[in-house]
Write a protein that binds this ligand. Sequence first.
Ligand code: SF4
Length: 330
Amino acid sequence: MADSNTAASGSVRAAGAPLVRAEQVRKYFPAGGMLNLKQEFTRAVDGVSLDIMAGETFGLVGESGCGKSTFGRALIGLFPLTSGRVVFDGADLALLRSRRLKDFRARMQIVFQDPGSALNPRITIGDSLLEPFVIHHALTREERRERIQFLIERVGLSGYHLSRYPHELSGGQKQRVGIARALALNPALIICDEAVSALDVSIQAQVINLLADLQKEFHLTYLFISHNLSVVHHVSNRVGVMYLGKLVESGSHADIFERPRHPYTKALLSAIPGGGVERIILSGDVPSPAHPPAGCRFHTRCPQCRDFCRAEEPPLEAVGAGHYAACHLK
Ligand code: SF4
């Protein structure tokens, strides 16, 4: 049975079901150029399953290149999946066609890391904010004008900024515009893809507070993607940890930050300044996702690696209520 707020959006989501369910999502890219004669693939995302509940902030962390941004983009259909399934608000996105798919896509938005490159330098901020309404044929001209005025003020800017060009705004102001654009079509889900990583620390705090206020006001759900565990610690209700295209641990905020089970999660936590635990230095680099190691993908860097870790891949299994880890020694 669909709950009342989702029924209005045309969803078939059962009461208590996640807003987003990713099932064994894979995204491979050809590793050998356009022709890819060797038929090699970079396994950017390699079988990630997770649920995101309505109204929560799900933090997704991992080092650069672990596949977290690719996963976020695949989730909202910015490129097709290699395999797997994404269910959004009760609907399998692969089964939706034309108008209905467009309506669902409007409800899934993204805020990018680099607010400058996300905005067209040749058009004003006002025209940038107009684009989502034009693309989706939403609202009358007067309604659009009122909505844009509302949005720009709601993100802490003013009508003055609507006639400015991106180069006339600071990084923090541009990111506020990026957030306003994401809000334009009343989304249910916003992917914040390293959304504060390029900002100065003081501006980061302002933007994080703004995102928290908007979440309460508009009942938003966030997938908060970041390499920075301190930021994820601050904003998330639940957390997933990715390594080399795989989810290696997920759980509640307390599961991940107070009782981590995977050696990689423990190493990431040990790097948080002032965390009070001894620093675990990982040796070596992250292996290439085109040639991931056999067995446990983390075995080449794991301080606890045993012989069987090199041969057998550990499945992601429950280690507590809602807490999962992929490690033979969990
Ligand atoms: Fe380390 Fe082995 Fe666990 Fe992998 S399975 S994280 S190599 S202990």
